[in-house]
Design a protein around this ligand. Sequence first.
Ligand SMILES: [Zn+2]
Ligand SMILES: [Zn+2]
Length: 396
Amino acid sequence: MPHIPPTSGTDEHELDGALATVARPVVRAPYDRGPDEKMNVKASIPFWALHVLAVAGTLWFGITPKALLVFVLMVWGRVWFITAGYHRYFAHRSYRTSRAFQLFLAVGGATCAQKGPLWWAGHHREHHRTSDTELDIHSPLRGFWWSHVGWILCDKYDEIPVERIRDFHKFPELRWIDKHNGLFPWAAAIASFAFAGWSGLFFGFLLGTVVLWHNTFIVNSLAHVFGRRRYATDDTSRNSFLIALTTLGEGWHNNHHHLQSSARNGFYWWEIDVTYYVLKGLSWVGIVKDLKVPSKAVRAADHIADGNFDVGMFRAHTARAQATVAHSHVSSLHARVADSASAAAVAVADRRAALAEAIESRKAALDELVQSSMATAEDLARTNRVGNRELGLLDT
Ligand SMILES: [Zn+2]
Ligand SMILES: [Zn+2]
């Protein structure tokens, strides 16, 4: 007899097999990140370890007045090098200065542990070129966390985008700083320790660096999400008084996207912009010159309140809608296919079980029939033998 496998096992196998063939299809909405746009978890360990070490060390060694001074310098002293140097000078060339002061800006920026000026400014120029399109490396439309820090911890953007920063790439001293950028934060750490001891190192330098990092990153993330829009720029940039205070003027990010080449991001006297005030002071003593500032006409142009079409927000809303439709369509389709597949698998299993039962009962009936036929045949043979013996046809 052929072997009929037990129906329970068949059921499970059929179900697994059917579902396994329904692999979730990979469909990407325009702003979805590619498979190569992932945080490098292993390489990011020192970054996160520093957060823990900074807090633990501060709790352990406490906060001394000297360390507090180091902390303020490490956060806002260095923020100035990022905003005035890396951002407004290297990325946007919003003023001019000597090669010596350019070097000073580069060294100051390199102590911030945000790589070198060429890497930083090159990627920032890319952000302005592609702001909030699907090509923007750190648009919050590709994920808030990604725009804040994910893109920095991803291997894909490790290299200097040389073609975007050729004007500064020609300076060998800047290339050297970019290549050896890891040395400069160490120098700042040693100086902090020499001046204010362990508290200076853990609270002043380490916690100061963690706060500095996030105080810079919020310009890429929060300043495209939180605040008000004055200008109808083709991106999602916003103006925020709070972010402007903590980042020394970078919170006027919508103003900045409206006129990137401006050395002044706070366009009016009430828009606090400490970076600009310091630059203005340096221009009075001749260290920097040709500070570009917005004209009255530029400040008055393209106000959203004047009925200008806000193409930046329109694009952002469309992108979100597209992503929602793409993902919900794919997941509902997947759910429907999976439902049908499992229903089909259950039906096949039921049918097979019924068939097996029918075969078993027919086999039993056949067995019974064969048995009774055999018995009848044996009876017949016996009767025949007895009859023959009686007739004397057989010897026994
Ligand atoms: Zn921006
Ligand atoms: Zn910029």
